[in-house]
Design a protein around this ligand. Structure first.
Ligand code: AMP
Ligand code: MG
Length: 396
């Protein structure tokens, strides 16, 4: 049995980024940039107005004299005229600043009559002007390789005319459920049977992690059925199976994987839930054999599979951010196992408190549905005292 950090390191050591591809910007949200991107031009490309108002010379505004309005610059047109001494040019938001002007007076801060404006507030040099290159200067790298694109990044790339972007290929993740008791969603389970819910939850988790799930369905607890499906799954970047990996006499997944040439790098991790997890490799395929209890399956996905997915998908930081919270009640746990505890969170002033979200048995999916986070109770002790500060990963 190995420690959690050791298991995760063994996995990350095997996880190498996939190749690159170019995708259209319209399809790129959620993808990971494979190369740094530099600004094609200054953004903004020219000094422009941040308000609807009047372009002025700030020094003309110190004397409380009216200014004569001599033109109009709409957004979308170049600034042809110049602001002369004692003059002002009407300007719209985003329109280029005319020569001579060093400030914009918002329309709300003037009284206008017969082509003249009188200022009703102080005018500072430079006010309401967006300077050329102040957002991003031309040639500057503005997004690093490994950045996961969000709508804001899409906006910036679009502003620079990038219709296509280099991204890492999306990992393909084969998902296999194993067990004689399983029927597919849509079938009515007979007595003793249950619906294969793990395939659905894993596919959702894979998609949420920005990867592409390939559903292999159900393998029965017998060698031939397992061999057929697992062999198919080894063609993917990652193969995840659930169940059939404990010490029962129908738990055949590891034997069949070994037969198929998968080199096992560990079996059994000092965590709860998720203890019987196994991990191996065949060629470039990472093979995760997760336990079958739906909570164990999702927890081990979250803390062991997802870091690998993040890394082979080109992400910079394979380990999720966490918050710190104060444990509300003393909690018994298994000595020597790191425990993932499903918690509810409450904020009290500056302090975040974590309390058990309900029965922590691995069969209790409803507790996970109610939980807002997963608290990490460190490995060694068999009791974590109330008031202890613990790491919590947010379930988003
Ligand atoms: P096992 O690891 O085969 O002992 O399975 C552990 C528990 O998880 C058993 O109660 C199984 O019925 C349940 N289980 C296994 N596979 C699935 C699945 N695909 N969907 C839902 N529950 C499952
Ligand atoms: Mg089973």
């Amino acid at each position: 049995m190995i420690r959690f950090e050791e298991a995760r390191q063994i996995i990350l050591d095997q996880a190498r980024p996939l190749g690159k591809e170019r995708v259209s910007l319209a399809e790129a949200c959620g993808r990971v940039l494979a190369e740094a991107v530099c600004a094609t031009w200054d953004l903004p490309a020219w000094d422009n107005s941040a308000m609807d108002g009047f372009a002025v010379r700030s020094r003309d505004c110190r004397a409380a004299k009216p200014l004569q309005v001599s033109g109009y610059i709409p957004a979308g047109a170049p600034a042809r005229e110049k602001v002369e001494q004692g003059g002002a040019i009407r300007i719209m938001t985003g329109a280029p600043l005319p020569a001579g002007a060093d400030a914009v007076v918002p329309v709300e801060e003037v009284a206008e009559a017969d082509g003249w404006i009188t200022l009703t507030a102080r005018v500072e040099p430079g006010q309401h002007i967006r300077r050329q290159g102040e957002d991003v200067a031309r040639g500057k790298p503005f997004m690093a390789a490994g950045t996961r694109l969000r709508p804001d990044g899409i906006n910036l790339l679009a502003s620079f005319g990038q219709a296509f972007v280099p991204v890492f290929r999306r990992p393909r993740v084969a998902i296999l459920s194993t067990g004689d008791e399983l029927v597919e969603l849509g079938e009515m389970p007979a007595p003793g049977q249950i619906i294969n819910s793990n395939s659905l939850s894993l596919a959702a988790a894979v998609r949420e992690a920005g990867a592409e799930p390939l559903l292999l369905g159900i393998a029965r607890d017998e060698v031939d059925s397992l061999r057929l499906k697992l062999a198919e799954g080894l063609k993917a970047d990652i193969l995840i199976s659930s169940a059939g990996v404990s010490a029962g006499d129908r738990d055949l997944v590891r034997d069949v994987l070994a037969d198929l040439g998968v080199r096992e790098l560990f079996w059994k991790v000092a965590i709860k839930p998720g203890h019987p997890t196994a991990f191996g490799v065949k060629g470039d395929c990472l093979v995760f054999s997760l336990p079958g209890n739906p909570v164990s399956t999702l927890m081990t996905f979250e803390f062991l599979v997802k870091p690998a997915l993040e890394r082979i998908g080109g992400g910079i930081d394979p380990v999720k951010p966490r918050v710190r919270a104060v444990l509300r009640e003393s909690t018994k746990k298994k000595k020597g196992r790191l425990q993932f505890m499903r918690v509810s969170l409450t904020q009290d002033g500056d302090i975040l408190y974590a309390a058990s979200a309900g029965d922590q048995h691995t069969g209790m999916v409803s507790t996970m549905v109610r939980a807002e986070g997963i608290a990490i109770l460190p490995g060694d002790e068999d009791l974590v005292a109330a008031g202890t500060l613990v790491d919590v990963y947010l379930l988003d």
